[in-house]
Ligand binder design. Sequence first.
Ligand code: SAH
Ligand code: SF4
Ligand code: F3S
Length: 489
Amino acid sequence: METEQEIEKQREYIVKVKEINKNKKLKYSILTMGCQLNENDSEKICGMLEEMEYTKTEDQKEADVTVFNTCCVRENAEDKLFGKLGELKKIKEAKGTIIAIGGCMMQEKHITDKIKESYPYTDIIFGTHTLHKFPENLYKVLEEKRKQEDILDIEGKIYEGLPIKRDSKIKASVTIMNGCNNFCSYCIVPYVRGRERSRTPKAIIEEVKDLAKQGYKEITLLGQNVNSYLRAEKNKKTLELSILSEQKYKENEQANVKFEEYEGVNSFATLLKALNKIKGIERIRFVSPHPKDFTDDVIEAIATCDKVCKLVHLPLQSGNTKVLKEMNRKYTKEQYLNLVEKMKARIPNLTLSTDIIVGFPGETKEEFEDTLDVVRKVKFEQVYMFIYSRRVGTLGDNMENQIPDEIKHKRFDKLKTLVESQIEENNQKYVGTIQKVLVEGTSKNNEEMLTGRTDNNKVVIFEGDKNLIGKMIELKIVSEHMWYLKGNM
Ligand code: SAH
Ligand code: SF4
Ligand code: F3S
């Protein structure tokens, strides 16, 4: 297979760079912006760097290679990146640091143009489809002293077998699919991550089995639309049979994706069921599903798989049917609420979290009230709130009636007040209960305390022995604080 050969080639570059770096005690730093997918990609970049004899440092000043893994879903990330690049200039002059910038923002031409013009001391620019070529690009900078720009504007492929250095030894992220076909009108992701493509059932199951062997207790399945896992591959299969002649099919490389069932997995629901059987894994989470694809088999799988957490992230975006239509979300307010009712009826102890955007173009005061209405009705466990941000190239950016900042902020504050009052009320319910907590480590703010999470992803802080780290224990919740609970053994 072509992708396997490509990875083989990159492994050879890893060996070459390792040879160059031998005994030099070199260091790298990495800054990751954006979502869990990007964090998972960064773990792969770290894996490659460590195999090339670099060790990690948190201090950019002492790094020999500095990597930025960027996000462009909202605009504030751009200012942050340019600020950091400015700071790096002096460090680069003093130390010759190699600067590499990758990730979603690099798929935007106006950004890479700006980097080349204003920050010409950047050594490597790579995109979301060329992450696996990092060793080759680094080698060329080291050996040939040439700047590298490696960005592809294609659908992208799935590359298996990259080295990985994970942040935690207890919880692991597993990307199950890449890209997005939904084109919500506010969103840049489909433009920078390409079309939907899923990893094979076999690759995922083997990765999770391996994680279980290493002692991991919790996995989070990642994708922009996890409940359409394998959909594109199935469609390609039909395409192959119905439309294309064999010759055409061979020519059409992207359609040439074979999808084979493994341990009965041929959909997201069957994937959950297969992973639920893996010994050693105690918790399974996933982000993000799309409400429009929340089929009954997925609901049934969540209900019947004991390891699948009963906290489901169900992005709402807006509670108003007209705004949802403009957003191209493909469900109405009523359909969303009906789905929630159906899920609550079938999944005992279900709780929900969500994403909401305020100030989408044209959103009126009354339409915004519908969002508040849904929030009041559903009583989410957690709400991630965003102010609408114009993204170049999206339909939303070209819409008239953009909402003034002042109004956007007012609406945001109003939503925030409602959400916080609900969270406070909801937290009360935990006080006095016994919760199963996966102990993750010592608390960031207090080394003396341990921290873990409940099935519902609530942070619990408690006193206990450090050898509990990595274990699933029961705690009695004694008090609640806006963003965490306190527990006792
Ligand atoms: N694929 C995921 C989310 C990806 S982006 C999903 O569909 O749920 C994460 C969140 O960022 C989105 O759910 C949305 O709430 C928010 N977001 C995306 N584009 C945005 C924009 N232009 N302005 C503000 N928030 C945005
Ligand atoms: Fe963006 Fe919509 Fe795709 Fe999520 S489903 S990544 S919000 S286009
Ligand atoms: Fe950002 Fe890319 Fe994720 S744009 S939200 S890092 S997919």
